[in-house]
Design a protein around this ligand. Structure first.
Ligand SMILES: [Zn+2]
Length: 249
């Protein structure tokens, strides 16, 4: 088992490396597969030793081998976030069919975090195909009937739309569409829980960032990282969280 775990973790690191590139190139409306990986500053083509997740960054001390330009710490961040999240999802869900929608939703969330923290954008070109795929997969795979997941999509979309209208643009269109996909992955109840947890996490981080002066009051902070936290927690531990919550009554 330990070998399979190691294999999953290493594969997830490589996936993280790919998601970084995909996020950056889709933001720039470039092809994901061409040209091959290169330094954004000096355009030198990167060799295999420059592309080892995390280790290349550490070994090169965060600088390009050729032009010594600083490499963004978002690269190892994206790789490690992907590796640990995919590994956690795999350990919690195990080798069941449910792992397929879980991984798909996780990849969508990771890409949303990576584009949102870079450019404060959640891209339709990522969300729409993933939403379509999730609907298709939920038709075949799920512990609940298909309608349950479709209803989840409607609930996720509607809730965020209402928040966007009430807050007069405090929530972007990208968040609304992302929550439609989350709804299809989670079903209605866990979607609501995901939103509650995301709001809590966002509020705590917001207060912290204001107090430490890291952001100004009117400055929007990307919400995708909190959607990510809320959704992963409700997907993996929703029942436990719900049991814990009703134990107070
Ligand atoms: Zn360079």
């Amino acid at each position: 088992m330990i070998y399979i775990d190691m294999f999953v973790f290493i594969y997830a690191l490589l996936l993280g490396s790919f998601l970084n590139v995909a996020a950056i190139r889709l933001l720039k409306k470039e092809s994901v597969s061409f040209p091959p990986s290169h330094c954004p500053t000096c355009k030198n083509k990167l060799n295999v030793f420059d592309l080892v997740p995390v280790f290349s960054y550490l070994f090169l001390r965060g600088k390009c081998r050729y032009c010594k330009q600083r490499i963004s710490a978002l690269y190892p961040f994206g790789e490690l976030l992907t590796a640990f999240t995919i590994f956690l999802v795999y350990k919690e869900i195990g080798w069941t069919l449910e792992l397929i929608p879980a991984l798909l939703l996780t990849v969508l969330l990771l890409l949303s975090v990576l584009t949102d923290i870079r450019e404060k954008l959640i891209l339709d070109i990522i969300t729409f195909p993933m939403l379509g795929l999730l609907v298709l997969i939920r038709y075949f795979i799920g512990t609940e009937p298909f309608m349950h997941y479709l209803l989840g999509g409607v609930v996720g979309f509607s809730l965020l739309l209402i928040i966007a209208i009430v807050s007069k643009g405090g929530m972007g269109g990208g968040d609304i569409k992302l929550y439609a996909a989350i709804g299809v992955g989670l079903g209605p109840l866990l979607t609501i829980m995901s939103l509650v947890l995301a709001s809590f996490a966002g509020a705590i981080a917001g207060v912290f960032l204001l107090l430490t002066g890291k952001v100004k009051r009117q400055e929007p902070i990307p919400f995708a990282p909190f959607i990510f936290i809320g959704t992963i927690l409700s997907f993996l531990y929703g029942n436990e969280i719900f049991q814990w919550y009703i134990s107070f009554y």
